[in-house]
Design a binder for this molecule. Structure first.
Ligand code: TXA
Ligand code: MG
Length: 474
């Protein structure tokens, strides 16, 4: 496997577009969204919801890499990993069974867990799902396959981290493997301009789960994808770290009242502010499942690092920590809003031992809702105008220390501070769990947050509860 530091150094080389090959043959192609070309809006909507096309920059290595990824999606059965604003997805042509089966086998995903299809325009979605009934006069327009309940959400949150359930038409243009025999299909339009451009160029709907090995935390960088799927896929399109960091919110508006099947980047309060969604209900379970979940994926072990994860509410201290420690247990600590300084209070640090405090300044795709930018700038903006150029966002890395608890046993501790902003916690969460795993810790103590503390708070706690063996209220 490619040494992750070499990979990081190559990524940071910046000016030179690098194609990386791993020893196992998985290629990483870099694509800077701001250097691929220019979007042109063709429809009356003058937005991604209508018709649009892209004028690719000639001689741009980023555009060439993007085209390579699109042609692999079109022409091969081996899935391609690509960035979205939420997490990296593992994509395949949703209309071809062999291609979709490639996703399940690369991830080791159970075949009864259906996939989200990713689209690049609302008009394409209508064309895809409109029943192909020949009209008598030849003039009638087919009924809109998107139920009216969804339009308030679509106009506000698409493109963006929201997935809606739609009735699957018969006959269906989608491969049966996408929906795992359900009568509905989950659909989302990502706001990552790289993802939108890729789907548009592939010219097919793209089925894509998160690009992690099944049960592992979702990937928010190309390096995470490589760690899980090296040798299992041929190509990863690297657009930098994901801006949101947790997956999309999945909603079902086909039932009354509508329900949230998975919490994500769009919060319940944001949904409730939309007409028809004031009474949206929570259908997912955060703790142990007691009945068959409506979103099949929610029943599986998820987001699990190798280490034991214990989720805490309240201030943890040494006395409390000791209950979970054996001799020489290596400890990971993940702090959020309040465990800022000394999560393991009343312990003595071993003098002279390193306590490295490093912050890696990774480069992240500046995530901004494309339609917000459009409102400010009018139509036909260059991609560079919609998405601000790559900007550095600090992703905290683990600090090492050695501590002595009152029993005189000495423990090694790696601490990741995710900061106090809910958006920052969401962005760094999966990365932090993966990093602590790589340090080889045996147990991870996590500081939980209030479910209602901002946009992605419920999603953060949902993922943590699924990763944790217990939630402990102190
Ligand atoms: O942000 C995201 O949604 C990411 C990126 C790549 O777009 N994708 C993602 O996909 O998280 P995945 O496969 O990891 O999660 C999809 C969730 C699963 O819980 C699945 O069971 C549910 O959506 N789902 C898919 N189709 C469904 C359907 N027809 N009915 C109910 N739930 C469905
Ligand atoms: Mg997933």
């Amino acid at each position: 496997m490619l040494n992750s530091w070499k990979y990081f150094a190559a990524t940071m080389a910046g000016a030179h577009k690098v194609t990386l090959h791993t020893q196992h043959g998985t290629q990483i192609l870099q694509a800077d969204a701001s250097a691929i070309g220019r979007f042109v809006f063709d429809g009356p909507e003058q937005s991604f919801l209508g018709d649009w096309h892209i004028e690719l920059s000639k001689d741009s290595p980023d555009a060439a890499n993007l085209q390579e990824a699109a042609s692999r999606l079109r022409d091969t059965d081996i899935p391609v990993a690509f960035p979205t604003e939420t997490v990296y997805g593992l994509g395949a042509d949703a209309t071809r069974s062999a291609a979709v089966r490639g996703i399940y086998s690369a991830k080791g995903r159970p075949s009864d867990n259906p996939l989200i299809i990713h689209i690049s325009s609302l008009s394409n979605l209508r064309r895809l799902l409109a029943p192909k009934t020949p009209s008598v006069s030849g003039l009638e327009t087919p009924p809109d396959p998107v139920p009216p309940i969804y339009y308030p959400l679509i106009s506000r949150f698409w493109p963006g981290p929201l997935t809606i359930l739609l009735p699957l038409p018969t006959p269906s243009p989608l491969a049966a493997e996408v929906t795992a025999s359900l009568p509905t299909v989950a659909v989302r339009m990502p706001s990552s301009t790289l993802a939108l451009a890729l789907i548009h160029l592939a010219n097919v709907p793209i089925a894509a789960p998160s690009a992690n090995a099944s049960s592992k935390p979702s990937p928010t960088t190309a390096a995470h994808v490589l760690h899980d799927l090296s040798g299992r896929i041929d190509l990863i399109l690297d657009g930098g770290p994901c801006g949101v960091g947790v997956e999309s919110t999945v909603v079902d508006g086909l039932v009354n009242p509508p329900v949230i099947l998975r919490p994500g980047g769009v919060s319940i309060d944001m949904l409730r502010s939309c007409p028809g969604w004031e009474n949206v209900q929570v259908e997912y379970k955060d703790g142990a499942e007691t009945r068959t979940p409506r979103a099949p994926g929610m029943k599986y072990k998820h987001y699990s690092p190798n280490a034991r994860v214990l989720l805490f509410r309240g201030q943890m201290d040494a006395e409390c920590a000791k209950r979970y420690l054996g001799k020489g247990t290596r400890i990971g600590v993940l702090t959020t809003k309040t465990w800022q300084k000394e999560p393991l209070q009343s312990v003595s640090r071993i003098p002279g031992e390193p306590s490295t405090s490093t912050v890696n300044s990774h480069v992240i795709n500046g995530y901004r809702r494309a339609h917000e930018a459009r409102e400010c700038r009018g139509s036909e903006p260059a991609i560079a105008e919609i998405m601000p150029s790559l900007m550095p966002v600090p992703i905290p890395s683990a600090q090492y220390s050695r501590i002595e608890l009152s029993d005189q046993d000495i423990y090694e501790v790696w601490t990741v501070g995710l900061g106090q902003s809910t958006a920052g916690i969401a962005r760094g969460l999966f990365s932090a769990l993966r990093e602590l795993d790589q340090k080889g810790v045996d147990i991870i103590f996590v500081e939980g947050i209030d479910d209602n503390e901002g946009h992605a708070a419920a999603a953060i706690m949902n993922r943590l509860r699924k990763a944790a063996e217990a939630e402990i209220v102190l």
